[in-house]
Design a protein around this ligand. Sequence first.
Ligand SMILES: Nc1ncnc2c1ncn2[C@@H]1O[C@H](COP(=O)(O)OP(=O)(O)OP(=O)(O)O)[C@@H](O)[C@H]1O
Ligand SMILES: [Mg+2]
Length: 357
Amino acid sequence: MAEITLKNLGHSYSTAPMSEEDYALKPVDLVWEDGKTYSLLGPSGCGKTTMLNIISGLLHPSEGQLLFDGQDVTQKSTSERNIAQVFQFPVIYTTKSVRRNLSFPLECREWEPKKIANRVAEVSELLELDDILDMPARRLSADQKQLISLGRGLVRDDVSAVLLDEPLTVIDPQMKFSLRRKLREINRRTGTTMILVTHDQSEAMSFADEVVVMKDGRVQQSGRPEQLFERPQNTFVGYFIGSPPINLFNVDVQGDSLACPALDLSGIPRGQLEPGALQIGIRPEHLSFSEPTEKGAIATVEACENLGIEQIVSLRAQTGEAFKVKSRLRRKIGVGSQLAVSVAEKDVLVFQDGRLA
Ligand SMILES: Nc1ncnc2c1ncn2[C@@H]1O[C@H](COP(=O)(O)OP(=O)(O)OP(=O)(O)O)[C@@H](O)[C@H]1O
Ligand SMILES: [Mg+2]
């Protein structure tokens, strides 16, 4: 097990990168702490696989250093790094039994048969494979195959970290849930660092102690799920995390403070902001509504989506700005009706040129 440090680490697939745009991974400093679970989250093409392959050694970075427990491993081969990597599609021997799939990596390392048997039994117990150990791997379901891929990585007793590159894509939602829980359980029992790549925010948020959000080859923010939710460092994170995404509103500068006409707010502290494009962001969960006779800005209901115990109300402010409110399901809300909308001051985030002020 190891702490993994990226030191000004970046990668361009081009042999002669001319500008930042030529970098699939823009140089970044990042520490993955030993024993934690992480998600690497971002849209397609943002550099997730590139970062993961650099950590496992499938790819050598064009810039910077990679350290495991302070030791430079940048030039070390995959096998010297002891990383277990699980890919989108299971990598297993379909002609071999589950047992042989698990034992084979150890046979290749010339472990003693008895030691192999013990270790396979341990991993089988951990992944709950005892009932299928002697089945041919080709007869397994997709999620079982993915468990075997994982097991093949975990049998070695020197794994520094488990890297999972969208391993749940081929699995149906119910199985996803149970496999994700199993991964967390393994992390708890073995203390192995796990990095799960996904572009599904709810998967990322429910799996990881910390989520690393990427866009266009750049790390946007790294933090606990609630930090990303409560204090997104930029509007992209506000948008990518949370469903529906954060609402953004135009503001007017009034001396030392800001006003938001759409929500009838004024006196929003402005702090030491430089001139620049200003907006405020409010999570749909942080807005509340009441009868139009009560306190708050008046807005018109354009749609109301019932999610069972919650509802998402789409509203239009008198300024013409559209926004959404997410609340517990209460009475029926008619399209075209008017509501008073309010927010607590602490839930108003100020963004300057897209960055949290
Ligand atoms: N072998 C390669 N040669 C050249 N460019 C590549 C190569 N692999 C990836 N890229 C480019 O690098 C960028 C990052 O790709 P990467 O595969 O790391 O993204 P990703 O976040 O894993 O995307 P996805 O979610 O689709 O898997 C993309 O623009 C991609 O086209
Ligand atoms: Mg990828």
